[in-house]
Design a protein around this ligand. Structure first.
Ligand SMILES: Cc1cc2nc3c(=O)[nH]c(=O)nc-3n(C[C@H](O)[C@H](O)[C@H](O)COP(=O)(O)O)c2cc1C
Length: 397
């Protein structure tokens, strides 16, 4: 059996509070600080607890050169290495560890910068219910929010006295200004009205559709509404269609060059909102959107050019922001409303759409549809563009 270390692993020395009843009974507070070594590997979903021997042994194994396991040391040392094999941090050519090896090879083949890969892998959620977390936060204390957190940073960092600021002229109204003013994150949906097929197709096209493609020999590049690092446009739209005229409810992938839907599976009407709720980590105010859009980036598309690059992951995340804002404006132009959230269950979404996190990673969930007539959930509309009485209860018609 040949062995090497996984491609990317970071070790965090972490301190945690440990409570032991026996210590309490014997007269102490029962609370003790425990120091731990935690390994965060780019090919493993879970954090791995190491003892000092394992941590040191891991550092001695090459991530590149395969070495015969039996030649690596005495029996006591080999036992430490076996522990690391069981924990998935050492890779072997043995069939029993084939799944771990495949995941490690996916990381190697993708040209990830190590620290970015670790950040991406270990900030994904599964089964998180943010409503439950919010309620827990509320139960922990009855002190008002501001009291507990203190004042936030000021909205602007002012670098000079007001008298030294160079005043600028405000622009005249324009079509773009009107759209910008209409853009309000939507948390109230009108599910009594299906979304017309034309609004659906237009919003998708405006945001994700390719206006043109250019072919250098072997390299096809899309022209889209948004800029993208290297022109590579790694971010694609996966859809949960809930309520659109003429489109069977279900899961789809949007093909930006053909401007077409690729069906990935039907979803029964009675299961759809529960599925949406899983995607958006329990945020009930988003689960009724007519269309839920997962923004997922094919990292290898960008990392093909920006290999092992310090800025590449950041550039991919920026893509999602550009697409989200364009979706908001495209929806507003059709009289529709949109949302975006980063509080999403990436691991559930990967399962649902069949995505590998290191190859096609979920960055955010967006969506659009008809806004409801009444405010149940708060929306931020100080301009009164959508709701009468500056954020009142009735929609402006
Ligand atoms: C990256 C990002 C993440 C967001 N996540 C959430 C979220 O988890 N839940 C939510 O209700 N709104 C979310 N929002 C929407 C913001 O709350 C919203 O933009 C903000 O309150 C300002 O309101 P406006 O978009 O109507 O101007 C998010 C927005 C962005 C850009």
């Amino acid at each position: 059996m040949q062995v090497r270390r996984c491609a990317v692993v970071f070790i965090e020395p972490r301190e945690r509070l440990d409570f032991d009843l026996a210590r309490l009974v014997s007269g102490s507070t029962g609370v003790e600080m425990v120091l731990e070594w935690i390994a965060l590997a780019a090919h493993l979903d879970d954090e791995v607890l190491l003892d000092v021997d394992e941590m040191q042994a891991l550092g001695r194994v090459s991530p590149e050169t395969w070495v015969a396991f039996d030649s690596m040391g005495d029996e006591a040392y080999l036992q430490v290495l076996r522990n690391l094999l069981d924990k998935g941090l050492l890779i072997t050519d043995a069939g029993t560890h084939a799944d771990v090896r495949r995941r490690d090879e996916d990381v190697r083949a993708s040209h990830w910068r190590g620290i970015s890969a670790t950040l991406h892998r270990h900030t994904r959620w599964q089964g998180v219910d943010t409503l439950e977390a919010e309620q827990r936060f509320g139960r922990e204390s009855d002190r008002p929010f501001l009291d507990r957190l203190g004042a936030p940073e000021t909205p602007v960092r002012e670098r000079v006295e007001p008298g030294r600021r160079v005043a600028l002229g405000k622009p005249a109204d324009s079509g773009l200004e009107a759209l910008i003013r209409q853009r309000v994150t939507c948390r109230n949906w009108d599910i009594s009205r299906p979304l017309p097929a034309e609004d659906f197709a237009t919003t998708l096209y405006r945001t994700f559709g390719a206006r043109a493609t250019s072919d250098e020999p072997g390299i096809t590049v899309m022209k889209r509404a948004v800029p993208s690092a290297g022109g590579l446009h790694p971010t694609e739209a996966y859809l949960l269609v809930q309520n659109v005229e003429g489109v069977q409810p279900g899961l789809y992938h949007y093909h930006p060059i053909d401007h077409a839907l690729e069906p990935l599976g039907q979803v029964a009407a009675e299961d759809s909102q529960a599925l949406a709720l899983r995607l958006v980590a329990g945020q009930r105010h988003f689960m009724k959107a007519h269309v839920v859009v997962v923004l997922a980036s094919r990292f290898r598309r960008t990392f093909w050019k920006y290999r092992n690059h310090a800025k590449a992951y950041r550039a991919v995340i920026l893509d999602a922001g550009h697409l989200s804002q364009t979706l908001y404006l495209a929806a507003a132009e059709r009289g529709l409303a949109a949302f975006i959230t980063a509080a999403v269950n990436e691991r559930d979404i990967e399962e649902i759409f069949g995505l590998d996190p290191m190859l096609e990673g979920v960055l955010a969930v967006s969506g659009f549809g008809w806004r409801g007539e009444l405010v149940d959930e708060i929306e931020f509309d100080p301009l009164g563009s959508v709701w009468s009485n500056g954020g009142g209860m009735k929609k402006v018609v």
